[in-house]
Design a protein around this ligand. Structure first.
Ligand code: ZN
Length: 96
């Protein structure tokens, strides 16, 4: 599927059917840190991922809407090196 808006919107992650890295998604909890979204995937897909930074740490946010209900989950928080690697794996369909 391609919405044709690749230039304007986020990236389309590859199919994760063969993913080898399983991300431990946890329900997002409100935090005091200001979160900046550094990258994101296209919202034409049912699940949107955001690469987030808060303070000196990064994490990936997963946003889905099962049955119209907004569900926001987060990966673990870690250093930019660790999370940027995970983000790349997610986009290549190697993690989910
Ligand atoms: Zn799209």
């Amino acid at each position: 599927m391609d919405c044709g808006l690749y230039e304007l919107h986020g990236q389309h992650p590859a199919s994760a059917d063969g993913a080898v890295v399983m991300i431990d998604w946890c329900p997002a909890v409100p935090r005091t840190e200001r979160v900046r979204v550094r990258d994101y995937t296209c919202d034409c897909r049912p699940i949107v991922y955001e690469l987030c930074q808060a303070g000196g740490l990064r994490f990936i946010r997963r946003i889905s809407r099962p049955n119209g209900r907004l569900v926001v989950e987060e990966s673990r928080w870690s250093t930019s090196a660790v999370i940027d690697t995970l983000w790349g794996e997610l986009l290549r369909g190697e993690a989910r």
